[in-house]
Design a protein around this ligand. Structure first.
Ligand SMILES: [Ca+2]
Length: 86
Protein backbone atom coordinates (compact mmCIF):
# COMPACT_ATOMS: atom_id res chain seq x y z
CA UNK A 1 0.00 0.00 0.00
CA UNK A 2 1.27 3.44 -0.88
CA UNK A 3 0.13 6.36 1.21
CA UNK A 4 -0.81 9.47 -0.76
CA UNK A 5 1.75 12.22 -0.87
CA UNK A 6 -1.01 14.84 -0.67
CA UNK A 7 -2.18 15.14 2.88
CA UNK A 8 -5.84 15.06 3.76
CA UNK A 9 -7.21 15.84 7.16
CA UNK A 10 -9.64 13.65 9.08
CA UNK A 11 -12.28 16.34 8.65
CA UNK A 12 -11.78 16.39 4.87
CA UNK A 13 -11.93 12.60 4.78
CA UNK A 14 -15.11 12.57 6.86
CA UNK A 15 -16.69 15.12 4.51
CA UNK A 16 -15.89 12.93 1.49
CA UNK A 17 -16.86 9.63 3.12
CA UNK A 18 -19.75 7.97 1.25
CA UNK A 19 -19.32 10.09 -1.86
CA UNK A 20 -18.61 8.94 -5.38
CA UNK A 21 -17.15 10.56 -8.46
CA UNK A 22 -19.31 13.49 -9.49
CA UNK A 23 -20.68 14.21 -6.01
CA UNK A 24 -19.97 17.70 -4.71
CA UNK A 25 -18.23 16.30 -1.62
CA UNK A 26 -16.14 13.76 -3.55
CA UNK A 27 -12.43 14.27 -2.85
CA UNK A 28 -9.91 12.32 -4.91
CA UNK A 29 -7.48 12.46 -1.99
CA UNK A 30 -9.97 10.54 0.18
CA UNK A 31 -10.48 7.93 -2.53
CA UNK A 32 -7.34 6.10 -1.55
CA UNK A 33 -7.77 3.17 -3.94
CA UNK A 34 -9.02 5.42 -6.75
CA UNK A 35 -12.12 3.34 -7.52
CA UNK A 36 -14.43 6.35 -7.64
CA UNK A 37 -16.07 5.72 -4.27
CA UNK A 38 -14.98 6.84 -0.82
CA UNK A 39 -15.90 3.94 1.40
CA UNK A 40 -14.71 1.58 4.13
CA UNK A 41 -11.80 0.37 2.05
CA UNK A 42 -10.53 3.92 1.77
CA UNK A 43 -11.06 4.48 5.48
CA UNK A 44 -8.89 1.51 6.41
CA UNK A 45 -6.15 2.83 4.12
CA UNK A 46 -6.58 6.34 5.50
CA UNK A 47 -6.28 5.04 9.05
CA UNK A 48 -3.16 3.06 8.20
CA UNK A 49 -1.50 6.04 6.54
CA UNK A 50 -2.35 8.66 9.13
CA UNK A 51 -2.17 6.76 12.39
CA UNK A 52 1.10 6.80 14.25
CA UNK A 53 2.81 3.44 14.07
CA UNK A 54 2.05 1.20 16.97
CA UNK A 55 4.88 0.94 19.39
CA UNK A 56 5.37 -2.16 21.43
CA UNK A 57 5.21 -1.70 25.17
CA UNK A 58 8.60 -1.25 26.75
CA UNK A 59 10.07 -4.54 27.77
CA UNK A 60 10.17 -5.19 31.43
CA UNK A 61 13.12 -6.44 33.35
CA UNK A 62 11.23 -9.72 33.69
CA UNK A 63 11.36 -10.18 29.91
CA UNK A 64 15.09 -9.46 29.91
CA UNK A 65 15.62 -11.88 32.77
CA UNK A 66 13.75 -14.62 30.88
CA UNK A 67 15.83 -13.99 27.76
CA UNK A 68 19.04 -14.15 29.79
CA UNK A 69 17.96 -17.47 31.31
CA UNK A 70 17.15 -18.89 27.86
CA UNK A 71 20.54 -17.81 26.52
CA UNK A 72 22.34 -19.35 29.52
CA UNK A 73 20.45 -22.64 29.07
CA UNK A 74 21.34 -22.71 25.37
CA UNK A 75 25.01 -22.12 26.18
CA UNK A 76 24.98 -24.88 28.82
CA UNK A 77 23.37 -27.31 26.36
CA UNK A 78 25.88 -26.43 23.64
CA UNK A 79 28.82 -26.83 26.03
CA UNK A 80 27.36 -30.16 27.18
CA UNK A 81 27.06 -31.39 23.60
CA UNK A 82 30.63 -30.23 22.87
CA UNK A 83 32.00 -32.06 25.94
CA UNK A 84 30.09 -35.25 25.15
CA UNK A 85 31.62 -35.40 21.68
CA UNK A 86 35.16 -35.42 23.13
CA1 LIG B 1 -12.23 4.12 -2.99
Amino acid sequence: MVCPSTLITKEEFDRAYGSKTGDSNYDIRADMNKDGVVDWHDFTMFAACYSPPATPPPSTSTDKDKLTIVIIVIIIVLVGIFLLKK
